[in-house]
Design a protein around this ligand. Structure first.
Ligand SMILES: Nc1nc2c(ncn2[C@@H]2O[C@H](COP(=O)(O)OP(=O)(O)OP(=O)(O)O)[C@@H](O)[C@H]2O)c(=O)[nH]1
Ligand SMILES: [Mg+2]
Length: 279
C-alpha cells in the first residue's frame, strides 16, 4: 500500500502561500505534537524566505509528555523558538500569545521607529487537521474561521485580526507530493492529517497496532482488555471479539474494528501517545 494525498487544492494553497509570504512578517508553523517530525513539510523548505519561524507543537493533551519535552529541547538546541500546548486549553493559549509577541517584537519595534502603526502579519501553516484554525480562533477569542475534525476543512486564505499588533493568516493544511519515507505518511494517517478515503483503513489500523504494541502496549491492553501477544491481525481480531464486532455466521467485522482503533486513537482515547522519536 502506497499512501499519497496531494490534491489540486494543496498545489493551489502552496502557490497562495508563496504569493503571500512576502507580505507576512513571521510564520507560525504548527506541528502535531504526536508526530512532530512527520508533520514537517518538505514543501515548506524554501517557502519562508528567511522570515522568523515560531514552531507550535499543538495537541499536546494527546501527546506523550516526556517526548514533548524532548522535542522542545530539540528545537531549543537548534535555537528555534518553539512552544508546546493544546489549542483547547485557554491557559496555555497565553503562552502562545507571549511567544508570538516575543517573535514579533523586533518587527513591531522597527515599525514603531518608522512611525508605522500597522500589525505584524503572521502566516499560520501546517499539515491538515493539526489545529491551525482552532489556534487562530483561540488566539482571537472568537470563532472567526471554520474548524472540524477532518483534514481539509480550510480551503482558502483568511485574515483574522488578533489584536492591534498582530494579524493572523489562516491557510489550508498541506501535504506534499511524494512521501519518500512511508512511515511518515503512515503516522500522518494515524493522527488524522490524511483523509481516510485515500488509504486502506484496515492496513493502516494494522500498522497502528504494530507501532502501539511496540511503543505503548499497555495502551491497547488497557483500552480493549486484550493481550498484545500474537500478530497484528490477531490483536485486531481480539479487539473485535472484545467489542462484540461479529457479523452473521460468527465472522469478525474487521473493518469496524480497524475504524474503531483509528478513531479512538485520534480522539486520544488510548492515552497520551507520540510516534516520532528523536533517536
Ligand atoms: N485534543 C485536541 N484537539 C484539537 C486541538 N487543536 C485542535 N483540535 C481539534 O482538531 C480538529 C482539527 O482542527 P482544525 O483547527 O480544523 O485543524 P486545521 O489545521 O485548521 O485543519 P485544516 O484546515 O483541515 O488543515 C478539530 O476537531 C479541533 O477541535 C488540541 O490542541 N487538542
Ligand atoms: Mg483549518
Amino acid at each position: 500500500m502506497k499512501i499519497h494525498w496531494f490534491p489540486g487544492h494543496m498545489t493551489k494553497a502552496l502557490r497562495m502561500m508563496q504569493d503571500n509570504v512576502k507580505t507576512c512578517d513571521l510564520i507560525g508553523y504548527v506541528l502535531d505534537a504526536r508526530a512532530p517530525l512527520s508533520s514537517l513539510n518538505p514543501a515548506f523548505d524554501n517557502l519562508f524566505q528567511h522570515k522568523p519561524v515560531l514552531f507550535i507543537l499543538n495537541k499536546c493533551d494527546m501527546a506523550d509528555d516526556s517526548q514533548t519535552q524532548q522535542f522542545l529541547q530539540y528545537f531549543k538546541d537548534k535555537n528555534l523558538p518553539c512552544v508546546a500546548l493544546s489549542a483547547l486549553d485557554g491557559k496555555q493559549i497565553a503562552t502562545l500569545k507571549n511567544a508570538l509577541y516575543q517573535t514579533a517584537k523586533p518587527k513591531l519595534e522597527r515599525n514603531k521607529k518608522k512611525g508605522l502603526n500597522i500589525p505584524v502579519r503572521v502566516m499560520i501553516v501546517g499539515v491538515p487537521n493539526c489545529g491551525k484554525s482552532t489556534l487562530i480562533n483561540s488566539l482571537a477569542k472568537r470563532k472567526s474561521v471554520a474548524t472540524g475534525n477532518t483534514p481539509g476543512v480550510t480551503r482558502g486564505k483568511q485574515w483574522v485580526q488578533m489584536s492591534n499588533e498582530l494579524t493572523l493568516l489562516d491557510t489550508p493544511g498541506t501535504c506534499w507530493s511524494n512521501y519518500e519515507d512511508q512511515t511518515v505518511a503512515q503516522r500522518l494517517c494515524f493522527v488524522g492529517s490524511i483523509k481516510r478515503e485515500v488509504f486502506d483503513v484496515y492496513e493502516v489500523a494494522l500498522l497502528l497496532i504494530d507501532e502501539l504494541s511496540i511503543k505503548y502496549p499497555k495502551a491497547i491492553e488497557t483500552r480493549y482488555k486484550v493481550q498484545t501477544d500474537g500478530s497484528n491481525e490477531e490483536i485486531l481480531a481480539k479487539i473485535c471479539r472484545a467489542r462484540g464486532y461479529v457479523l452473521r455466521g460468527d465472522e469478525l467485522d474487521l473493518e469496524r474494528g480497524a475504524l474503531t482503533i483509528l478513531d479512538e486513537y485520534q480522539k486520544g482515547k488510548l492515552g497520551k501517545i507520540t510516534f516520532d522519536r528523536l533517536q
